[in-house]
Design a protein around this ligand. Structure first.
Ligand code: NDP
Length: 294
């Protein structure tokens, strides 16, 4: 069998088109566009790239887009003051604090200071609690897990009710929320992690495998049940001597070439889950704006 390749770029582009239409309708009805504020502390090069692309996409969607760039030595109180100002700003519907923060700042305290109604990353304790208790419609769901579900929907058009799913990874950012969403969609979910015994056999039992580990090509092709759907969240940069000395390439957490011989459908890396994350951030900002006037 050769798997269907799930085209994350195309699914993300169509999600963005929907957001643009929703933003135009929101602006027409409310006299202002949805507003997204991104807060960056310090000068981490990768974070600067992520923040810039979020701002660009927000403007493309027709949003009011604001970026607060704070010095690396910003104190916790100063950061909380910026968040307080954004919480109180009626033109801002979504606030994203780019992680990781410099080591002297506490992430939970920082995220905890966000107005949960503006928590477009879905990382506030209230957002996590609502997701865990099945109140998916009342909360903002973390962007990467939400993107995984939208990709699954393109394959499982009748839903995933009754299917078995194994999520490898239990981070607050990806593994845990994706498992909660799969369960909410009535899959039977197992969460695996670094202490799991016999991961190959567990994966081989699953109709859906979601890999969120952070280890290049860790999940082997022969672990995949024939016909299963594989969602590869991992982004790992490895050496690519075949491209020339010092060159690198991106791979996922799944051995894509071998797994695509057995899977029914699989996401590539790059071009699978990655493009969905930013699209879902835009969708969450629009949702937050719509809720603010509902
Ligand atoms: P974390 O490092 O926070 O979590 C990794 C998880 O994998 C942990 O739960 C860990 O288990 C588990 N794990 C580690 N080693 C093994 C193993 N040998 N067997 C089974 N499980 C193992 O990573 P994230 O969840 O933040 O990210 C995961 C991957 O997804 C990364 O490659 C990251 O770059 C990528 N990512 C991609 C995004 C996108 O937009 N596509 C967005 C976010 C992340 P334990 O809890 O026991 O330590």
């Amino acid at each position: 069998m050769t798997a269907t390749i799930i085209d994350g770029k195309a699914v993300a582009a169509s999600a963005i088109e929907k957001v643009k239409a929703g933003a135009a309708a929101f602006s027409a009805a409310n006299g202002m566009p949805p507003g997204l504020a991104v807060v960056l502390v310090g000068e981490d090069a990768a974070s600067q790239v992520y923040v810039a692309s979020k701002g660009r996409m927000a403007r493309e969607c027709g949003f009011h887009s604001v970026q607060h760039t704070l010095a690396a030595d910003t104190t916790q109180d100063e950061l909380l003051a910026v968040i307080g100002t954004l919480n109180a700003d009626p033109a801002i519907h979504g606030i994203l604090v780019q992680l990781p923060l410099p080591g002297h700042l506490d992430e939970r305290t920082t995220i905890g200071a966000l107005d949960p109604a503006k928590d477009v990353d879905g990382l506030h304790d209230i957002s996590i609690g609502r997701l865990a208790s099945g109140q998916v419609d009342k909360t903002l769901v973390p962007c990467t897990p939400k993107g995984c579900m939208e990709l699954l929907e393109t394959v499982h058009t009748e839903g995933i009710s009754g299917l078995t799913a194994v999520v490898v990874g239990r981070s607050n950012l990806v593994g845990r929320p994706v498992a909660a969403l799969l369960q909410h969609a009535n899959a039977t979910v197992t969460i695996a992690h670094s202490r799991t015994r016999d991961l190959p056999a567990l994966c081989a039992s699953a109709d859906i495998v979601v890999a969120a580990i952070g280890r290049p090509e860790f999940i082997k092709g022969d672990w995949i049940k024939p016909g299963a759907t594989v969602i590869d969240v991992g982004i790992n940069r490895i050496a690519a001597p075949e491209k020339g000395e010092g060159k690198t390439r991106l791979v996922g957490d799944v051995d894509f070439t071998a797994a695509s011989e057995r899977a029914g459908a699989i996401t590539p890396v790059p071009g699978g889950v990655g493009p969905m994350t930013i699209a879902m951030l835009m969708a969450n900002t629009l949702k937050a704006a719509q809720h603010s006037v509902a």
